[in-house]
Design a protein around this ligand. Structure first.
Ligand code: HEM
Length: 223
């Protein structure tokens, strides 16, 4: 059965936003895997031959970690100063109780959702909360780095790390927080992929593909 509805083709994500999205996804996957391995190095037996396995995993973790720090800075800059205001515009819906109700009802198949920008209010707040967790991971990661490698960048960061530790209590708690918050990413990734697919089906648009091609398609007439 064919269902012909005219669609508009809208350019929503610039190349730099898409590249940042996929580099961030890659870095987070690498960080979760290597991070859990650092805390439980199960591949080499205790007291076994020293093949520097742990050293390579730590190296990979740091490369992915600094990539995440760089992307977080670039994305913060783009949020505020990008020529396209499609992300910033979404904030209007966050401060409107009417839009929140419309958003939550629409997820339950009750009515439709008309967004001011690219994200709905629930989606916006979820990404904002995740960004805060990423910032905490970057700061705690850099504090740990300063205490593992005392030379180079690690050493340069040491005075700032020393000043920040009292805010967390102890260095041990910095490590625990860095470890526990890793689960936020594991849970987020599952829900994020589910919601991306769900939203494409529910609102009949190009949800997942738009972060690859940059284009979204919207029905010009709602059925
Ligand atoms: C999504 C982001 C991140 C995740 C999920 C993550 C995860 C983890 C986990 C699970 C550990 C092991 C903690 C333990 O010992 O129990 C760890 C350790 C560590 N992480 Fe991260 N991390 C992230 C970001 C970063 C960043 C941005 C940096 C720094 C640039 C970083 C630097 C470190 C360092 C230095 C260690 C300690 C390594 C060692 O013991 O030699 N991490 N990370």
């Amino acid at each position: 059965m064919s269902n012909k509805v005219p669609h508009s083709r809208d350019y929503i994500f610039t190349p730099v936003i898409r590249i940042c999205h996929w580099l961030r996804a890659l870095s987070i996957v690498l960080l979760v895997i290597s991070g859990f391995y650092i805390s439980w190095p199960f591949l080499v037996q205790y007291g076994g031959p020293d093949n520097l396995m742990q050293g390579w995993v730590r190296f990979g973790h740091l490369v992915a970690g600094f990539l995440l720090v760089a992307i977080t800075i670039i994305r913060a800059y783009l949020y505020f100063f990008s020529k396209s205001d499609i992300e910033r515009r979404s904030f209007r819906d966050v401060i409107s109780p009417k839009k929140w109700i419309e958003n939550l009802l629409a997820y339950g198949y009750m009515g439709n959702m008309h967004k001011s920008g690219v994200y709905g209010p629930l989606q916006y707040m979820t990404y904002f909360a995740l960004t805060l967790v990423i910032v905490v991971m970057c700061v705690t990661g850099l504090i740990l780095h300063a205490h593992v490698y005392h030379e180079g960048l690690g050493g340069a960061f040491m005075p700032i790390a020393e000043a920040l530790i009292p805010m967390f209590g102890t260095l041990a708690f910095v490590r625990e927080l860095h470890h526990f918050l890793t689960w936020v990413f594991v849970i987020f990734m599952v829900i994020h992929v589910y919601m991306a697919v769900f939203s494409g089906i529910r609102f009949k648009h190009n949800s997942v593909d738009s972060i690859v091609s940059g284009y979204d398609y919207h029905p010009m007439k709602h059925k």
